[in-house]
Design a protein around this ligand. Structure first.
Ligand code: SAM
Ligand code: SF4
Length: 418
């Protein structure tokens, strides 16, 4: 009787996904304050005027997590990413209390990767040691550049010697470290970008993220653009430094990510493989799968409003189901960033829909030489990686024909959106 009802419901709703098993689940925690707002940054980050209310914020995060528990009931968290903003503004005691409270509420895998983002301007040895003792086992350091003039032109709160001191301590204390570097900086030459990468390589971090500086709407740089290298000059810089990283033994495994063997960021890999994530904290995004649907959520963005709403058990500002029309594009937006792509079977596993949903767009992409013709993998070719935005656009429902008629234009490579 029950089976018959289920079968009728399924037959009546072919647009709903069906999952044999739910994807791996990660946890993202957003800390929304920085010492100062950088002129290029469009993250949900706010200048800390005076002390940050860390105790009230950790309380809000825990209220938020309790609110979210029914959505992830019985599931284990495989990675945690504490991002921002500048999470290293928080004291080690606050991060310790937060991680303890998370573990008390959600099962965390014993080998979970736990990353914290740090700004060298907040570096203190004791603080970094305290983060490690609290259970953070990976540090992501926002170096951006080692060149004093570039750090100044980017409005960074730290100079190059603080960046070096933080890098050295991070490697000694955590071992598992990422450096964020940006390129195509104001008036930057190929030689200067190479010097930045050489300085980073001298530390031997297991992971390097390398982002092209982009002018984002609603930033100071967008209103008053600095003299950035043109498209050709930026491409020259990119080519030169990618070659240096490859020579130094770093695998270029994702658009902006380079890692030594087995040191890829597991948390970000889960995003790119269309895994699930619960995002708690101001403005955090979630993508959660249920047996018959995929849901996206966004938390309230303003820290004060978020703290109030979370305390009242209502931290979510927006939520929406991912429709059958959108899910193919959303999957490809992530998976095609990976140099090795993903097994074709992952599409059905993670979207709950058959691969046939995107077969036409895949054929189109293959015919244009943008994806590999091997049907057992969904993998971008070198051309597909170069024209990634055009490749991803082929999977926008209804835009296939339009995209086919459009000549390829190289757009800025996408960067992590956290
Ligand atoms: C949340 S921040 C990292 C931690 C810390 N807030 C910091 O800046 O040191 C994430 C990274 O995104 C990159 N990023 C931010 N805005 C960018 C932009 N407009 N273009 C390219 N990369 C950007 C920077 O490399 C930055 O380190
Ligand atoms: S780049 Fe980092 S430090 Fe600068 S405003 Fe953005 S989040 Fe804050």
């Amino acid at each position: 009787m029950t089976d018959a009802v289920v079968a009728r419901v399924d037959a009546a709703s072919p647009s709903r996904p069906r999952f044999a098993a739910l994807p791996p689940l990660s946890l993202y925690v957003h800390i929304p304050w920085c010492l100062r707002k950088c002129p290029y940054c469009d993250f949900n980050s706010h200048e800390a005027k005076g002390d940050v209310p860390e105790a009230a914020y950790v309380d809000a995060l825990m209220a938020d997590l309790e609110f979210a528990l029914p959505s992830i009931w019985g599931r284990r968290v495989v990675s945690i990413f504490i991002g921002g903003g500048t999470p290293s503004l928080f004291s080690a005691a606050a991060i310790d209390r937060m991680l303890g409270a998370i573990r008390a509420r959600v099962p965390v895998a014993p080998d979970a990767e736990i990353t914290l983002e740090a700004n060298p301007g907040t570096f203190e040895r004791d603080r970094f040691e305290g983060f490690r003792a609290a259970g953070v086992n990976r540090l992501s350091l926002g170096i951006q550049s080692f060149e004093p003039d570039h750090l100044r032109s980017l409005g960074r709160v730290h100079d190059d010697s603080e960046a070096r001191a933080a890098g050295e301590a991070a490697l000694a204390i955590f071992g598992n470290v990422n450096f964020d570097l940006m390129y195509a900086l104001p008036r930057q030459t190929v030689g200067q970008a190479q010097a930045d990468v050489a300085a980073a390589l001298a530390f031997g971090p297991p992971h390097l993220s390398f982002y092209q500086l982009t002018l984002e709407p609603n930033t100071l740089f967008h209103r008053h653009p600095p003299p950035l290298p043109d498209e050709d000059a930026a491409a020259d810089i990119e080519e030169a430094v990618h070659a240096m990283l490859a020579d130094a033994g770093y695998g270029h495994y994702e658009t902006s990510a380079h890692a030594r063997a087995s040191r890829e960021c597991r948390h970000n890999l889960n995003y790119w493989r269309f895994g699930d994530y619960l995002g708690i904290g101001a403005g955090a995004h979630s993508k959660l799968s249920f047996p018959d649907r995929i849901v996206r959520e966004v938390r309230y963005k303003q820290p004060r409003q978020y703290i109030e709403r979370a305390a009242n058990g209502a931290p979510v500002m927006e939520n929406a189901e991912v429709t059958r029309d959108d899910v193919g594009f959303e999957f490809m937006l992530n998976a095609l960033r990976l140099t090795d792509g993903v097994p074709a079977t992952l599409f059905a596993e993670r979207t709950g829909h058959p691969l046939a949903l995107v077969a036409h767009a895949l054929e189109l992409a293959s015919a244009r030489g943008l994806v590999d013709s091997d049907p057992s993998f969904i993998r971008p070719t070198a051309l597909g990686r170069r024209f990634l935005n055009d490749l991803q656009a082929l999977f926008l429902t209804g835009l296939g024909e339009q995209a086919r008629a459009t000549p390829l234009v190289r757009l800025d490579p996408a960067r992590d959106g956290h």
